[in-house]
Write a protein that binds this ligand. Structure first.
Ligand code: DC
Length: 223
């Protein structure tokens, strides 16, 4: 089905599983493009809040998704404004998880995500990269870790940035987000049957990157 289309490595998994860091490193090592699909949902949430649109207003939010004026180039530029750091805030992550449950928003972002598939290849991370957006991906990875390990990583990241955080609140947040992302009717977070399950709880980033690269080499040998 992939024909002559550039190869895709799809990395899906729950929030704070480290998939963004891993996907970016794998893309760099292979010289591939990188799609952070969560950033698109975060952008939609940010732009909807900025425009005063209720996050339950499906047609209003999907209009925003269709018309996003965004450039990924040394940061994330929305209407000529750099919004990368603002998008990483927990409140925007939660808002993103809410707009991501709206079918028309997901539909509106589909073509935009597929447009990232350019030579020589793409590493895409998210929740439905392997199941919906790139079902013909050459390699599909389901990256996860226990909620405690993920909350701990997020806590350290926030501390490193000098931002305050409560471990209990982060853990609760991760559990709520997992539940919402897994229970939604459209494109729920799930491991595809053809994805490789990788639990990173006891692994370093370097070890995870090495495993993904090794799996990709193996996948290339399959005709
Ligand atoms: O990966 P992330 O934490 O930046 O994603 C933010 C939210 O966007 C997440 O809670 C679920 C949603 N999302 C999604 O539904 N599908 C994707 N492919 C990526 C993210």
């Amino acid at each position: 089905m992939a024909g002559n289309l550039p190869p895709v490595i799809a990395i899906d998994g729950p929030s704070a599983s480290g998939k963004g860091t891993v996907a970016e490193r794998v893309a760099r090592d292979l010289g591939f493009h990188y799609l952070d699909s969560g950033a698109l949902y975060r952008l939609v949430a940010w732009a909807a809040l900025d425009a005063g649109i209720n996050l339950e207003n499906e047609s209003g939010v999907s209009d925003i998704a269709l018309n996003l004026n965004v450039i990924f180039n040394d940061g994330i530029w929305l209407n000529q404004k750099e919004v990368g750091a603002a998008l990483r805030e927990e409140a925007i992550g939660n808002a993103a998880s809410r707009v991501a449950a709206l079918p028309r928003v997901r539909q509106a972002l589909l073509a935009r995500q597929r447009a990232f598939r350019q030579p020589p290849g793409l590493v895409a991370d998210g929740r439905d990269m392997g199941s919906v957006v790139f079902p013909d991906a050459r390699l599909k990875i389901y990256l996860t870790a226990t909620p405690e390990a993920r909350a701990d990583r997020r806590y350290k990241q926030l501390m490193d940035k000098g931002m305050g955080a409560s471990m209990n609140a982060l853990l609760q947040d991760i559990r709520d987000r997992d539940a919402r992302d897994s229970a939604r009717a459209v494109a729920p977070l799930q491991k595809c049957s053809d994805a490789m399950y990788l639990d990173t709880t006891a692994l370093t980033i370097d070890e995870v990157v090495a495993q993904v690269l090794a799996q990709y080499k193996l996948a290339l040998q399959v005709p």
